[in-house]
Design a binder for this molecule. Structure first.
Ligand code: NI
Ligand code: MN
Length: 225
């Protein structure tokens, strides 16, 4: 499986079988993404919540690729009202798709869409694909149940925000890594805008200081998991 990072909270997973999954594809309006929406394709689009910097170009991409959305029920209803296909889920639920398993988790944040529709609660997502588990926390503050999440699923990768202001900052994110106990932490949601400026290498040093691994992905970089 391959993981590509576009910057902000936008990732692309390509499974060994060639299925492509986008998470929170905020590309065209994202000043740090080296890739734009007409350069990507997606079989599935996972949205963690309805904010514009996560919904991003999802509709444009789904229009191009006939992608299936996977998201929380209320957000899925919003997606369906816009004329797209959604598989609705809710917090705590898991479902097997042809690429792997998806489970939604809590996140402490908001989820209003750019056109002011209430899209339910925000979420995080745990993906189990090709024998590995990836926890994308979505936008969230620190919460102690991350410990429970890490106990219920042995996490290989944890993708988590470090940019502060709207989400965890570095200090809380390091604590989140300690609680969820993934093999490798990957920082996200930083340096997109001045208000979320953060040094991912400071995060990496602090994660390594508690004996955990951290991989800082460059914007546009793809790695093999
Ligand atoms: Ni948000
Ligand atoms: Mn955000």
């Amino acid at each position: 499986m391959k993981l590509r990072y576009f910057s902000h909270s936008a990732f692309q997973i390509t499974t060994d079988a060639g299925k492509v999954i986008l998470i929170d594809p905020f590309l065209d309006g994202n000043p740090t993404s080296p890739v734009k929406s007409d350069e990507v394709s997606a079989d599935y689009i996972i949205l963690t919540h309805g904010h514009g910097d996560h919904l991003g170009d999802a509709f444009k991409i789904a229009e191009q690729c006939n992608s299936l959305f996977i998201c929380l029920n209320e957000l899925g209803n919003y997606v369906a009202e816009k004329g797209f296909q959604a598989h609705n889920m809710h917090i705590g639920g898991s479902h097997n798709f042809d690429f792997g398993r998806v489970k939604l988790t809590i996140a402490h944040h908001g989820s209003m869409t750019p056109d002011n529709y209430y899209a339910g609660e925000p979420s995080g997502v745990i993906l189990t694909i090709d024998g590995k588990s990836i926890y994308h926390t979505g936008d969230t503050g620190l919460f102690y149940d991350m410990k429970l999440i890490g106990e219920m699923t042995k996490l290989d990768y944890m993708l988590l925000p470090i940019g502060d202001n709207f989400t965890m900052g570095i200090t809380d994110a390091v604590k989140a890594v300690e609680l969820a106990n993934p093999t490798t932490a990957i920082p996200m949601h930083y340096n997109t805008f001045p208000v979320i400026a953060a040094d991912p290498y400071e995060f990496k040093r602090e994660v390594e200081a508690i004996g955990k691994k951290c991989r800082v992905m460059q914007f546009g970089e793809e790695i093999e998991l």
